[in-house]
Write a protein that binds this ligand. Structure first.
Ligand code: HEM
Length: 142
C-alpha cells in the first residue's frame, strides 16, 4: 500500500513538472520567436491571450510539483550518517533547494504580485528546470 501511495505521488510530481516545464520549453523555444514576426502591439495582444490560459494552470502545477516533491524528499532523503551527507543527499538537497526556489519565486510573482528583481524573463526558470531534471536522474547513481 505505501508503494502505491509513493507511485501515485511520484506520478503527480512527474505530470505537474511536465506542465510547468512544458510551458517553459514552449515559451523559450517557440513563443519567443513570435516577437520577430509581429509588431510590438500585435505581440502584446497575442502574448496576453496566451498567458491568460497559462496563468490558470501553470502556477497551480508548480505548487503541486513542490508539494509532491516535498513528500518524495521526505521519503528518499534518509538520515545523515556519521560521515556527513552522502552524494545522493547532496544532489537531492540541491535539487530540492532549486525546485523550492522556483516554487517560492512563482508563488510570490503570481499570487502576491512581487516581481523578481533579477532574471525577469522565463529563461532563468527554464535553465533551472533543465538542471533540476539532470540532477533528478544523476542523484540516484552517484
Ligand atoms: C519545478 C521544480 C521541479 C522539477 C522540474 C522536478 C523534476 C523532477 C523530475 C524530472 C524527477 C524525476 C522523476 C523520475 O525520474 O521518475 C523528479 C524526482 C524527484 N523530485 Fe522533483 N522536481 C521539482 C521540484 C522538486 C522539489 C521542490 C523537491 C523536494 C523538495 C523534489 C524532490 C524530488 C524527489 C525526491 C524525486 C525522486 C523521486 C523518485 O525517483 O522516486 N522535486 N523531480
Amino acid at each position: 500500500m505505501p508503494a502505491m501511495i509513493y507511485l501515485t505521488i511520484k506520478l503527480v510530481h512527474i505530470f505537474s513538472v511536465f506542465i510547468y516545464g512544458g510551458f517553459l520549453f514552449t515559451d523559450n523555444l517557440f513563443l519567443s520567436r513570435m516577437k520577430k514576426d509581429l509588431t510590438t502591439d500585435e505581440h502584446s495582444i497575442v502574448r496576453e491571450y496566451f498567458m491568460q490560459y497559462v496563468r490558470k494552470v501553470v502556477p497551480k502545477a508548480l505548487i503541486v510539483a513542490v508539494a509532491s516533491g516535498i513528500y518524495l524528499f521526505y521519503v528518499n532523503f534518509g538520515v545523515i550518517g556519521d560521515e556527513g551527507w552522502s552524494n545522493f543527499q547532496i544532489l537531492l538537497g540541491i535539487k530540492g533547494f532549486l525546485g523550492s526556489w522556483l516554487g517560492l519565486r512563482g508563488v510570490l510573482q503570481v499570487f502576491f504580485g512581487i516581481q523578481p528583481l533579477v532574471f525577469k524573463s522565463h529563461l532563468f526558470p527554464f535553465l533551472l528546470v533543465i538542471i533540476i531534471i539532470i540532477l533528478s536522474q544523476l542523484m540516484f547513481s552517484v
